[in-house]
Design a binder for this molecule. Structure first.
Ligand code: ATP
Ligand code: MG
Length: 455
């Protein structure tokens, strides 16, 4: 009985071809830019003790209350596939005894996250995030720099035209207490008009209602009081300083008093980069300041700020902007006859050592191997026929133009570069080799076979 082909689990997806290249571009760009800002990369475990994410009874966020992949392992421990990485990074700071030394710590991470959600475009059950955290900095300059780094990454990706930075403050504890009371009064007066979810949040965490995506709540939320009437002077000054610094960094923003963020641990700065290009999945990067999280992991008070961004959503913006990186175009090395194979292998390795993508078909006559070269979108082919090799020559074929040229082995690299068909990195590498290393000598580490036919 034939087995029906297996599919990926609901809400998961494979990254193949152009999709993988976009994904890789997003992560590599973020890694490079974060390094420029002084961030070091950490990798924390993909599953953690459930208590790392579900802390006490206070957490009313959707992520913790509805979306976690938690299970008992065979030893009876409750573990959870991480839904986000801020908690894991804070846990790691404490577990590794890093809470007192070298603060602030600036951490970058990238990796898979897991949330039990209804899958749709830009929303998956296994998705990926990049993120940064500045741990142990209470100053508003840290908030602004963290945001500037996120902005810089989007600029380097070429997608910053498609997103808008929206910022808000959640104030300090005193501001929030006053705001909370105002929200409870307001929403209680309109209790019947609230969605069921929001009614449940009313006493536990009315701030959450402001974040509600339920259309039923929208009108009420738009008219709800904002935190700005309840900020303490200190909280107002902190917010003003963040905005001043953002201007100094040259990061454009718009204030949106309705940004409160999906997780419960934020205070002061909250922000999102939003886009109208991804339908309902409008937030690509979100973050803010969290001053209590490290303490909740058993560490000392450690004021911190950071963001996380969805790699899939950034990659969709890269795709929409026609910015998908091309696949590298290899040079196909084609030996004709058995004796030429050793030379072909030698040439392959020389090309690879020089940073040129090079491939050899494992079998087949010249025609088959040319077909294979076309299949892998080779830009050029080097044909090593025994007769030519005997004369220290090879044929370089430009597969785009269809032209070909007989060249002496030492001139191979130069001839390949001149085809112009060896793209991007390989081409740049070739050019620099030609200029800096080869000089007049050409490709001189490549010998023709020791063949008695050679005179
Ligand atoms: P949303 O409102 O879209 O559910 P969120 O507020 O739950 O987002 P965060 O917890 O702030 O998201 O995570 C930061 C980023 O991670 C989001 O802005 C988004 O780009 C991405 N993200 C979150 N959940 C998913 C998911 N299920 N699939 C793909 N990306 C996601
Ligand atoms: Mg969510």
């Amino acid at each position: 009985m034939a087995q029906a082909p297996l599919q990926p689990a609901r809400g998961t997806h494979d990254l193949i071809g152009a999709e993988f290249r976009r994904h890789h571009l997003v992560i590599e760009t973020a890694r490079r830019v974060a390094t420029l800002y002084g961030f070091e990369e950490w990798a924390t475990p993909i599953f953690e003790d459930t208590r790392v994410f579900a802390r006490g009874l206070g957490d009313t966020s959707d992520v913790v209350s509805k979306e976690m992949y938690s299970f008992e392992d065979r030893g009876g421990e409750s573990v959870t596939l991480r839904p986000e990485n801020t908690a894991g990074v804070c846990r790691a700071l404490v577990s590794n005894g890093l809470t007192q030394s070298n603060l602030p710590r600036k951490v970058f991470y990238a990796g898979p996250m897991f949330r039990y959600e209804r899958p749709q475009k830009g929303r998956y059950r296994q998705f990926h995030q990049i993120g940064i955290e500045v741990l142990g900095a209470a100053e508003p300059l840290a908030d602004a720099e963290v945001i500037a780094c996120g902005w810089h990454i989007q600029q380097e990706l070429g997608i910053e035209d498609g997103t808008v930075l929206e910022i808000n403050t959640l104030g300090d504890a005193a501001s929030r207490d006053a705001y909370r009371a105002a929200l409870i009064a307001y929403f209680t007066a309109h209790r019947d008009a609230l969605s069921e979810d929001s009614r449940a949040r009313l006493e536990k965490n009315p701030l959450r209602i402001v974040d509600s995506k339920d259309p039923q709540d929208r009108a009420l939320v738009v008219a709800a009081p904002t935190i700005h009437d309840h900020l303490t002077p200190e909280a107002a000054e902190f917010y003003a300083a963040v905005k001043r610094h953002l201007e100094a960094f040259g990061v454009p923003f718009r204030e949106n008093p309705r940004i409160v963020r999906g997780l419960d641990y934020y205070s002061h700065t909250a922000f999102e980069f939003v886009t109208d290009r991804l339908g309902a999945q409008g937030t690509v990067m979100g973050g803010g300041r969290y001053n209590g999280l490290v303490e909740e992991m058993g560490g000392p008070p450690t004021p911190s700020v950071g963001w996380a961004a969805g790699v899939e959503r950034l990659a969709l913006l890269v795709e929409a902007g026609d910015l998908t990186p091309p696949a590298p175009r290899p040079v196909a090395v084609i030996p004709v006859g058995e004796k030429a194979e050793a030379v072909a292998i030698n040439l392959l390795q020389s090309l690879r050592e020089h940073g040129v993508v090079a491939e050899i078909a494992y079998k087949g006559n010249m025609k088959r191997r040319m077909e294979r070269a076309n299949k892998i979108n080779a830009g050029a082919a080097v044909i090593l026929g025994e007769d030519e090799l005997a004369e220290g020559m090879a044929v370089v074929k430009n597969l785009d133009a269809g032209s070909q040229e007989r060249v002496a082995l030492p001139d191979l690299l130069r001839a390949l570069a001149e085809t112009g068909a060896v793209e991007s990195a390989a081409q740049a590498m070739l050019n620099s080799i030609l200029e800096e290393e080869l000089g007049e000598d050409g490709f001189d580490d490549l010998d023709a076979p020791e063949d008695e036919g050679r005179t």
